[in-house]
Ligand binder design. Sequence first.
Ligand SMILES: [Zn+2]
Length: 315
Amino acid sequence: MENTHDTAGKQRLDGSTQAQGDGHRGVARVVNALTIDVEEYFCYAYPGETLSCEEWARLESRAVPHTLETLRILENHNIRATFFVLGWVADREPHLLREIRDRGHEVSSHGYSHALVGTQTPSQFRDDVRRSIDVIAGVIGEMPAGYRAPSFSINGSCLWALDILAELGFAYDASLYPTRMRGNGDPQARHEPHRLDSGMWEFPAATVDVAGLRIPFGGGGYLRLYPFLATRWATHRINSTGRPAMIYLHPWELDPHPPAGPRSRLRRFQHTVNLAKTRSRLLHLCAEFAFAPIGDVLTQIEADMGARPEAVAAK
Ligand SMILES: [Zn+2]
C-alpha cells in the first residue's frame, strides 16, 4: 500500500522495529494498529433504541472536544492512528476532519448514518458508504483509506458488503470481529490481517485464543471492562507470534459523564462501564506498545510478504 504520510509516524514505525525498554531488547517489536471511531455518544444502533439523524441533530454535541483530546494524547506520544470518521459528523464538523488529517493521521470511513450493515439492502449500504466518501473527500480532497462498519456489523450473513467496499475503492476493511458475539461477530472469519480475493485487505479486530475459546479484546467496552493487565497480556501474547493487534476506541469514551445513552440496562452498562478509566488505559497502551495507522501496518506486512512469504503465511 502506498504510504502518503512520511513524517513523524513513519519515523515511529521504522524506529519501533527493535524493542525499547520492554525487557526483550533485540527482539523485533510488532507495530499494532490504533484506530479511533469518531462519532457522537448517541450514535448507536440497537433495536428499539436507535435515534434518527434528525433526532441526533437536536442533542448536545461532544465529538469535537473529545476528539481533540484524543489527538493531543497521540501527539504527546508521537503516535499516528487511523480515524474512522462517521460521515454525519464529518458533514457537521469539517474543521475536525481537517484537523485529524493535518496532524498526519489516516482518515477512513465509518459510513454515514451508523446503520448496521445487516439491516440494509446492498443498494442502501452502497448509498450510505458512498455518501460518507463524498463528504470526506469533499473536505480533505482524497478518498478515505479504509472502512469500518458500525458496531463491526459485517459477518457471515452480509459478506456481500466486502465486495461493495472493494468496488468503491477502499484499500482495506476493518469490520470483522472473528469471534461469536451478541448480534454481530463472525466466528468463521480469519483472525489475522489478510488480503481478500478482490485485492482489498481485511484487518480484523483483536482476539486472543485462551483454552480453546477465541476472546475479543483491545477496544471499546472490552478495553474498559477487562482489567488493564488482561488487555496488556493479550496484546503481548499475540504480538509474541508476530501478529499485530488492532486497538480501537471512541472519543466519547474519554467523557466520564456523557449526557445520555441507550435506554436498556444492558446497553447502558456497555456504554458507561469504567468510562473514567479509558484515558489512563489509552495512556498506558501508548507508552508500552508501538502503534501506527492500519495503512502503515499493512504496508509493513506486504513488505514482509515480499521478503519472507512463507513466514507471513504461517502466522
Ligand atoms: Zn461506531
